[in-house]
Design a protein around this ligand. Structure first.
Ligand code: TMP
Length: 217
């Protein structure tokens, strides 16, 4: 079982519980004896973490939308080439908190940048890697934003630049995640993340485990 490779991506809006789930799902898979790498975007490498700080501070820099897109892609190129591809080549289940689906939803639908440009950057610079399975944690923006703001305040994280954007932005992001899920229905599971976290984690662990088992058949 330890030689199984798979690229599983967690996507969703603010406060959908992805970060807790990254730990919860990874631990559950390790208990089943999979080799697991838990990672996230923007981040995942030293360069990606440096970019994360520049991109997410609510009290920091004010990026043009095109610059924001290029920095998200820059972090992803480092992450895929240095961390994700080597892990997949080495029999690892990579669980990643956000990937190109977030760029399509936030910089595409949210900011209004062309989807064709995002796809081209992804194909030409990132090498076109796509998730084997996407878990979409679908949450109502008003509920998710309230959760996220609470979490950032409690942890005193200055990472709230996207939380300061209007609810209409987050509604577009949510609609686009649902559009992507519909387009890639055979490799996406949608989970209702409006519920309390333990219910969400239990459903995600069950569905991912079932998906991994079905791949081995
Ligand atoms: P998170 O770690 O709480 O999910 O925060 C990451 C933020 O960055 C979140 O608001 C979504 C945003 N983001 C983009 O806008 N585009 C991207 O490509 C990625 C990976 C994240």
């Amino acid at each position: 079982m330890s030689a199984v490779s798979a690229f599983i991506v967690l996507e969703g809006g603010e406060g959908s519980g992805k970060t807790s789930l990254l730990g919860g799902l990874s631990n559950a898979l390790r208990q089943l004896h999979f080799n697991v790498l838990a990672t996230r975007e923007p981040g995942g490498t030293s360069e990606g973490l440096a970019l994360r700080k520049l991109l997410l501070s609510a009290d920091g820099l004010d990026w043009e939308h095109g610059a924001e897109l290029l920095l998200m892609v820059a972090a992803r190129v480092q992450h895929v080439k240095r961390i994700i591809e080597p892990a997949l080549a080495n029999g690892t289940v990579v669980v990643c908190d956000r990937f190109v689906g977030s760029t399509l939803a936030y910089q595409g639908a949210g900011r209004g940048l062309p989807v064709a440009l995002i796809e081209e950057l992804h194909d030409k610079l990132v090498g076109g890697l796509r998730p084997d399975l996407t878990v979409l944690l679908d949450v109502e923006p008003h509920l998710g934003l309230a959760r996220s703001v609470r979490r950032l305040e409690t942890a005193q994280h200055d990472e709230g630049r996207f939380e300061t954007l209007k609810t209409a932005f987050h509604e577009r992001v949510r609609a686009d995640f649902l559009r992507q899920a519909d387009k890639n229905a055979n490799r996406t599971v949608i989970v209702d993340a409006n519920r309390d976290y333990p219910f969400v984690q239990a459903e995600v662990v069950a569905r991912v485990t079932e998906w991994l088992a079905s791949r081995g058949r």
